[in-house]
Design a protein around this ligand. Structure first.
Ligand SMILES: Cc1cc2nc3c(=O)[nH]c(=O)nc-3n(C[C@H](O)[C@H](O)[C@H](O)COP(=O)(O)OP(=O)(O)OC[C@H]3O[C@@H](n4cnc5c(N)ncnc54)[C@H](O)[C@@H]3O)c2cc1C
Length: 467
């Protein structure tokens, strides 16, 4: 991953005495989404002469790059999440609202907002509540893209939210419990874990699951036959880690194979069912755990409901200063927006945390320019490189103008970067302790099944499917 510095609890937004006056005539800014982009924009606008309403459907910021650690029982959910109010709550000009934005009325300059009730979202009618704005920053991110593959949305596990990660961890641990000591389960797919998508997320998940299986046998007294358990990583392209250079891809491939991950390249998934995945060539892989790391889309999110969107993945088109064309008070940033790396380039920024942070900061600064009545400035993306981990002491770090770090060196760079930029001092400390302990003792993190309602197993004594 790249530079993912974001404001955190230890760097709390503070307002000096005599801070900004916030009354009805002050410029109203709504920020939609408290992800990397939204938080970065809010940080720029803190203690400035604007009133900011930061809206999110969750009351916490998620550090998505470490979701795979939660999903594979390396870290607790709370280690990769941080309450939004603890990040921005002390800035008197920023108000956090928990709820879902259901629509954006660009002419009226109003955001339609559904308050979050106890455990459910009251989104029956749009604009039950509305939030007026003078400037809007859309940073609502993306969602998993299943490309219309039959059964994928229903039966595969996405990994985009903290809930996804927790559900996946429960499911994997339940599979191990069910398979324990029962040889029959080796052939019915209970011990087959199939990851679709060979990008950084897929590679990280595959590497972590294979370590989890080793750990389950070595440390937790599981009796299933490890040699019968399969971790399969599938990608339609002929290489892993598409954004990386060849040597990094080759390193990832050989490391995964050495760690008993079955890498299948150039293969397309044609359908996913409750007990199997079928490939385009007719191969059927029995599995009850299909993990979807096949890409994201903005289509279907609130950002794709107004303005022009990219045909490829629904990202909202923006101009050089990150404004939605024809709506000069609306900016779009991060995963939700299709922005160029610079005004004179046709290259589109990747959907990465560092892009979201830099574009969030830029949009925040442009809002202040509007308030001051000065022209907005174009956005330039500063590429800080990319990283992916493959497991214990194995990672690749590709710097923009430097060498590719691999193996232990790459892993240490990856480890240090994630630690430094993880939100919140407590989270950093917990992750440091957990990772160091795991590294030294070869034990793993919270292999606990929590949050399941009712019975874990259906009437046949089998694991329930995802939906
Ligand atoms: C598993 C995974 C691993 C990743 N690993 C890396 C990595 O290693 N390095 C890297 O650079 N990038 C990584 N990324 C990508 C990176 O996390 C994203 O690019 C980044 O989070 C985008 O930030 P954002 O602010 O645009 O959106 P997000 O961080 O997705 O935030 C969007 C926010 O908007 C809220 N929201 C959405 N819709 C609504 C609505 N209608 N109403 C209210 N709130 C709403 C959401 O709850 C969310 O909090 C990873 C992503 C995933 C999923």
């Amino acid at each position: 991953m790249g530079d993912v510095s974001i404001p955190d609890g230890s760097d709390q937004v503070q307002c000096p005495q005599g801070g900004p006056v916030t009354n009805g005539s002050t410029h109203q800014v709504v920020i939609l989404g408290a992800g990397f982009g939204g938080i970065a924009a809010a940080k720029v606008l803190a203690n400035q002469p604007v009133v900011v309403t930061l809206v999110d459907q969750r009351n916490y910021h998620t550090f998505q790059p470490l979701l795979y650690e939660v999903a594979t029982a390396g870290l607790e959910a709370g280690d990769v999440a941080y309450p939004v109010r603890a990040i921005v709550g002390r800035a008197p000009n920023i108000h956090f609202r928990l709820g879902t934005v259901t629509g954006i009325q660009r002419q009226e300059r109003v955001v339609c907002f559904a308050e979050r009730g106890l455990g459910h979202i009251a989104n029956s009618e749009p604009c039950v509540n509305d939030l007026p704005f003078d400037s809007l920053i859309v940073s609502s991110g993306a969602v998993a893209n299943f490309f219309g593959i039959p059964g994928a949305e229903e039966f595969a596990h996405p990994l985009y939210t903290l809930d996804d990660a927790r559900n996946l961890r429960n499911h994997i641990l339940l599979c191990l419990e069910e398979a324990d000591g029962q040889r029959a389960h080796a052939s019915d797919g209970t011990l087959n874990f199939v990851i679709v998508g060979g990008g950084p997320t897929g590679v990280e998940v595959a590497g972590a699951i294979t370590e989890l299986l080793d750990m389950a046998i070595a440390r937790d007294g599981f009796r299933f036959d490890r040699s019968k358990a399969r971790v399969v990583l599938i990608d339609g392209q002929d290489h892993l880690l598409a954004p990386f250079l060849r040597s990094a891809r080759n390193y990832a491939m050989s490391t995964l194979r050495n760690r008993r991950v079955e890498v299948r390249l150039g293969e397309m998934v044609s359908s996913i069912g409750p007990g199997s995945i079928e490939l385009a060539d007719g191969t059927v892989i029995p599995t009850r755990t299909a993990i979807w790391a096949g890409g994201v889309t903005v289509l279907g999110t609130v950002a794709s409901t107004f303005g022009a969107v990219s045909c490829r993945n629904g990202r909202l088109r923006v101009d050089h200063s990150l404004r939605v064309p024809g709506a000069e008070a609306i900016f779009a940033i991060g995963d939700a927006a299709e922005m160029r790396v610079s005004p004179d380039s046709d290259d589109v920024c990747p959907q990465l945390a560092q892009v979201a942070i830099q574009s969030g900061r830029h949009a925040g600064a442009q809002v202040l320019a509007l308030v001051d009545g000065i022209p907005t400035a174009p956005f330039f993306f500063d590429d800080r490189g990319i990283m992916a981990t493959i497991g214990r002491r194995a990672a690749v770090a590709q710097l923009p103008r430097g060498p590719i770090l691999k193996g232990t060196l790459g892993w240490l760079a990856w480890f240090a970067l994630h630690l430094v930029y993880l939100v919140g001092f407590r989270n950093r400390l917990v992750v440091l302790v957990n990772w160091t302990w795991r590294y030294l003792s070869w034990t793993s993190g919270p292999r606990v099944i929590v949050g399941l309602r009712g019975s874990n197993f259906d009437s046949n004594g089998s694991l329930p499917v995802r939906k």
